[in-house]
Design a protein around this ligand. Sequence first.
Ligand SMILES: O=C(CO)[C@H](O)[C@H](O)COP(=O)(O)O
Length: 223
Amino acid sequence: MNQSKQLVGQEAVKYIQDGMKVGLGSGSTVYYMVKALGERVKAEGLNVVAISTSEVTDEWAKEFGIPLTDFSYIQELDIAIDGADEVDDNLQLIKGGGGALFREKVVAAAAKEFIVIVDESKIVSTLGKFPLPVEIVPFGWEVVARKIEKLGGAPKLREKAGEIFVTDNGNYILDCAFEEIHDPVATHEQLIALVGVVETGLFVDMTKKVIVADNGSTKLITK
Ligand SMILES: O=C(CO)[C@H](O)[C@H](O)COP(=O)(O)O
């Protein structure tokens, strides 16, 4: 599994050119991409500046020598590269397994190109086996949970080490089991319309390129 993540991470950084402004996603697959980018920065003197999607990725970027900036300096990125929890046949995604979905969506939306890197296990024909992460404000989260139940989901407040998980934005995550998500656009729209929902982990029509590990090699899926 780690070898697959490493392969797609290394493949993805080939899309990064000198002078680019780069969005760095979150998660264990992204770790290898950030490491590979750092190696290019060091070996080739590649001149890039990056915005990351989580405090953990910030640390990795610093560790591997990638200069970081923020949206007060630049509002458009040339490329963003991130992992995913599920990718369907139409390249619609579920993200947020690591709890960074809000910043990930902001960064992906700010990028001219958004490339997704996954191992084979993330490819599905229909989204929904992975419970959909939904970021919500803490106040009244119980109300939002009840409304999501009425929409057919089974929400579970995310915990970590016995405590409520709090995102980098100070919010909570509801992991919402839906049997199958056949219409990601409609599901996203229903959820985002609820007062208290900050963002959903459905990344709809955001990527045209997915790099997937494939038997010790990588494969590019395009739309
Ligand atoms: O969306 C994410 C974090 O919020 C990650 O990209 C997603 O969970 C995949 O992570 P990993 O590469 O560790 O499987």
